[in-house]
Write a protein of this length. Structure first.
Length: 138
């Protein structure tokens, strides 16, 4: 899987090289280790969870308080061909319920299921238990 990360770095994200400590961080994530990373704005934090998500079966759940950033990242991921969506307060309740139903009705390793789910902290509080139960049933 560690060789595939460099292929995905270039083929999916269009980068030839990692920034700063990204390679070490991604290696730790791929190895299943818990990691806390503090990086400056523009330091490449997002790639540290987005790239591993392309390597793992199932989905990656991203909790973010920054809805506008989450929305722009989801839009960018979709342009790159990565299935992504977000559950947040800018969506209608119906949209958020559809996302939960999608998670509930598709197997966790399904090609049809989004790879990356962004969730705002308010919606995690409101829908978190439902969402976790939905993905655990698969």
């Amino acid at each position: 899987m560690l060789d595939q990360d460099k292929k995905n770095l270039n083929n999916i994200f269009g980068f030839d090289n990692y920034k700063n400590n990204q390679q070490e961080i991604i290696k730790e994530v791929i190895e299943g280790k818990n990691i806390l990373t503090v990086m400056p704005t523009g330091g490449g934090k997002s790639l540290c969870y987005q790239l591993p998500a392309t390597l793992f079966d199932g989905l990656t759940l991203v909790v973010s308080p920054l809805i506008a950033l989450m929305q722009s990242q989801v839009a960018q991921l979709q342009l790159l061909g990565i299935k992504a969506c977000c559950l947040n307060s800018s969506n209608s309740d119906d949209e958020n319920k559809k996302i939960i139903e999608m998670a509930k009705n598709k197997p966790i390793n399904s090609e049809e299921l989004e790879k990356i789910f962004g969730v705002g902290k308010a919606k995690l509080k409101k829908f978190g238990k439902q969402f976790i139960n939905a993905i655990n049933t698969n």
